[in-house]
Design a protein around this ligand. Structure first.
Ligand SMILES: [Zn+2]
Length: 458
């Protein structure tokens, strides 16, 4: 699960949140895309910023170990929340084991159902809508597995992957098994951070990423409530791989920022991030969300360290027309494209304040139509919406100086010529990399997230 490549950024995009035009995971470079909150979306503002209190004894037990006494940091002791991470759904069976002795209980009553020695494998199946463990009907609909000695440095494993905290098996309505890891928030962040940012990045960038990921997690508490957990373990929420995804550098960044989250008016913010801004970040409204006071377009010179920051995507007019048609935007034969020339930080009727494309006009033989920048990005597979167009031949293309290119030669080449990778809202990870040379993580955060407070949740 662990990824060390500089170029692999796994981001956060959830189906429950609004992103104008579907999944961004179609582009490798857009792994750090997020869905933005919008007025059309049902979110749970009550939940945002409020930690979930452990609701069970087991959860409380799992919460007893403190890495550092909060008193030492001059703040009130608050309990670290437990986050419920959905690991798998619609499973016919679940295979668990541990390097320590473990027990399993009916999660509804707390009654112990069985105990296993270290290294023993348990197979859980379903029969008559009840759980069966190793062939024995345990008459339970919810089972929680915990280590017999929760203070030991042992781990439960599901399907071969190790996890901190407990494993909860839920019986879904269709009779299949949902596997949930109940884990302390910072242990969860430890299993997320190195999926989001390479461990060999500068320490201050990793700390900024830890706070962003933690804030996003708190904002997301309850997101998958209907399925019996808070967040899933994929790019829909944040990629989480348990103990196998941890790195010493990631653990240090999480511990150095223990409990810290960004808030706006007392609530955890929507801490969006992505790979590279291309020189200027985007306001939240630029990616289909509502305008949020803490997600504004800001100049981002430090993003200049990003490799492949300048990109080009070329195609023939025919190819472009067929991609548009396949997405339901049929214009016949493409005759012209209208787009105000790109100037960083300059808005126009068809460009947002950062310069990103709001709309681009395609004129064809059957109709002319405006396509939203984020939608075109999805249709054509562009790394970002901070782009201009060029037109010419394979050998030479000319820039768009007039705001319109006329397509006279069917063998011509149209080039989307752009900067940055990802939606541009919130923190640029490469910008954080660049800033980390001179700045501390809190300066990095306040650059990308405006008007926010960094506070201790626990
Ligand atoms: Zn999710």
């Amino acid at each position: 699960m662990r990824r060390h490549s500089f170029f692999v950024f796994i981001g956060i995009l959830c189906a429950l949140f609004y992103w104008t035009f579907g999944s961004a995971s179609a582009f490798a470079a857009d792994r750090a895309s997020v869905g933005l909150p919008s007025s059309t979306v049902k979110t749970n503002p009550e939940r945002a910023g409020k930690p979930r209190q452990p609701s069970t004894d087991a959860a409380k037990e799992a919460n007893t170990e403190k890495k550092e006494a909060p008193e030492k940091r001059g703040r009130a002791a608050k309990e670290e929340p437990i986050i419920r991470v959905g690991l798998a759904e619609e499973q016919a069976s679940a295979v668990l084991t541990s390097d320590g002795a473990y027990v399993f209980r009916d999660a509804a009553t707390g009654a112990e159902l069985g105990k296993r020695a270290a290294g023993t494998v348990s197979t859980v199946t379903v029969k008559n809508r009840r759980f069966v463990v190793d062939g024995k009907d345990v008459s339970a609909k919810k089972i929680r597995f915990t280590l017999a000695d929760e203070r030991s440095s042992r781990f439960l494993s599901v399907a071969g992957d190790k996890y901190r905290g407990t494993i909860l098996l839920l019986l879904a309505d269709d009779g299949t098994i949902t596997v949930v890891n109940e884990v302390k928030l910072d242990d969860y962040i430890s299993g997320v951070i190195s999926e989001e940012m390479s461990p060999d990045w500068p320490a201050e960038a990793l700390k900024a990423q830890a706070v962003a990921a933690r804030t996003f997690a708190v904002y997301s508490l309850g997101k998958h409530d209907d399925d019996g957990y808070d967040v899933c373990a994929t790019t829909c929420c944040q990629v989480y791989g348990g103990v196998g995804s941890e790195s010493p550098e990631g653990l240090r960044a999480v511990s150095a920022t223990r409990g810290e989250i960004m808030t706006y008016q007392g609530k955890a913010i929507y801490a969006a991030f992505y790979a590279s801004s291309g020189g200027m970040t985007a306001g939240s409204e630029e990616a289909g969300g509502t305008a949020l006071p803490y997600l504004q377009a800001v100049r981002d010179p430090q993003d200049g360290v990003a490799p492949n920051r300048h990109w080009q995507v070329s195609m023939s007019p025919r190819e472009l027309a067929s991609k548009l048609a396949a997405a339901g935007v049929s214009v016949g034969t493409l005759k012209a494209i209208e787009l105000t020339p790109l100037e960083l930080g300059k808005s126009a009727a068809d460009r947002y304040p950062s310069g990103r494309v709001k709309n681009i006009r395609f004129i064809g033989t059957t109709q002319k139509i405006d396509v939203a920048g984020p939608k075109l990005r999805w249709i054509v597979g562009l790394p970002s919406t901070l782009f201009d167009i060029r037109y010419g031949t394979e050998k030479k293309t000319d820039p768009n100086t007039k705001g319109k290119i006329e397509i006279t030669n069917p063998n011509a080449v149209i080039v989307f010529d752009g900067y940055g990778r990802g939606h541009g809202v919130g923190m640029s990870q490469w910008g954080a990399y660049g800033m980390a040379e001179k700045s501390k993580y809190r300066e990095i955060l306040s650059h990308y997230y405006r008007n926010v407070d960094v506070t201790w949740l626990f």
